[in-house]
Design a protein around this ligand. Sequence first.
Ligand SMILES: Nc1ncnc2c1ncn2[C@@H]1O[C@H](COP(=O)(O)OP(=O)(O)OP(=O)(O)O)[C@@H](O)[C@H]1O
Ligand SMILES: [Mg+2]
Length: 516
Amino acid sequence: MQARHAASDYAALEGQRGGIQIAFAMVYLALALLVLLSAVAVGFWFANRLVEPISRLVVASERLRDGDLTARVEETASHDEIGALSRAFNRMAGQLEEQRGELLGANLQLDRRRRFTEAVLGGVTSGVLGLDAEGKVTLANGAAMNLLDSRGENLVGQELERAVPEMQPVLLEARMRPGRIIEGEIHLGSGETARDLLVRVARVSDAPEPAGAMTGHSEFDRERAGFVVTFDDISALKSAQRMAAWADVARRIAHEIKNPLTPIQLSAERLRRKYVHEITTEPEIFERCTDTIIRQVRDIGRMVDEFSSFARMPAPVLRQENLNEIARQAVFQQQLAAPGISITFSLPDQPVLIYCDRAQIAQALVNIIKNATEAIGTREKMDGAGGQITVRVRVDKEGRIILSVMDNGCGLPREIRRRLTEPYVTTREKGSGLGLAIVRKIAEDHGARISLQDLAETEEALPPGFDGIGANVQIIFPAEICEAPGHAVNGRESDMSGKDISPRVAGISRQVQDGA
Ligand SMILES: Nc1ncnc2c1ncn2[C@@H]1O[C@H](COP(=O)(O)OP(=O)(O)OP(=O)(O)O)[C@@H](O)[C@H]1O
Ligand SMILES: [Mg+2]
């Protein structure tokens, strides 16, 4: 019975075995799946941990590439390769940022220096040219272009030796003697635009000087070397030198000649007085000869006086004078000497009171008017134009007093225009060439300057009847000439004794200006 029960239980259990086996299999499968999923999740987590710093590095590198030099990655404390890579990346980015900052700073400084150099070059009166190794102009400042006149235009890019052949010898010498500054004087142009220039050429190397480099350049540097050419207009200086030299010559000649003149003249006079009655054969020849000696000696004496008056012009004695009055008197004198010429005035109604040396200003004006009458004489010979001279006094906007003498003569000679105020420069057969030199000296001694223009180029309104041919010679006095001088004009002491009446004078000047 028991056995039967056991058998039936066994059979029942045997019937359930399949289901239990399936249940076990299911549980096993579920567990295996769970383990697998956990393993995948752990794998993913691990992989992510590994890749994340690298992707951060990738993102940061992208930012660097786009120019954001502040990009950094988070550094971990780990000592693995990724940690080392992050630290190296951050160091590299830091250095890049620092170097860019330095570069920007250097660039800014260079830019500032360039602008400063440009401002300096633009402001100096000397011409400055930069040349490359082939002698082509790479830089030219404003003064260089002005001093070279028409040749200064479009100079950059041209070979200097071709554009200005006069500079060739100086440049050649600079090429042959590197390391030295070569200096030379050249004469540019002709006629009105003629100029004397003092040129200096220095050689510069393009290659940056390495730190601690020895002085002296390699052959390579020499080949690459360019030049800096600087030049100044020394025409005025040369003119002043010539003037000084002439004044010196004039003084010496005057001194050497004058001494024996008086005894010669006295002796000739004495000869004639004493022996004219004793000469029995052809006394008229004796008389004519002694007369000639006396006359010629007198002429030489006059010439010598002219020399010395130029060389030893006395310092002006300044007093308050009415310029209109001086002009009237000078014209009166000259009108007598040139009766065929009509001399007119254009003077302000009010007196123009200036502090000047009356005699010297009158002498200057007489010289100018004399030149004008001579220029008219020259033109009359040519086309018979009726001579006309106008003497004008006016006050310009800046308060300067302008004394101008306009004539309808032949006009100023073009070729030597710049040199007309130098001594002994003349186009007239009988001229001494001292007239305008004396005018210039008088003007300069009064702090004024002289201007020579053809009527065609003058800004001054032409008087009625003028046909545009002729000259306009001006003495331009500074506004201060109206004021009582403190103590000196042009460095010389004056013996001015007048009281200070400058406010009145200034008022008059203004009235004149309004009325002119
Ligand atoms: N108004 C003018 N018109 C034309 N040319 C002039 C005039 N004034 C001066 N000149 C020129 O300037 C030159 C120099 O003049 P400057 O008065 O110095 O000497 P000069 O008249 O030749 O001689 P000097 O005056 O000593 O007798 C003259 O020879 C002349 O050619
Ligand atoms: Mg003259």
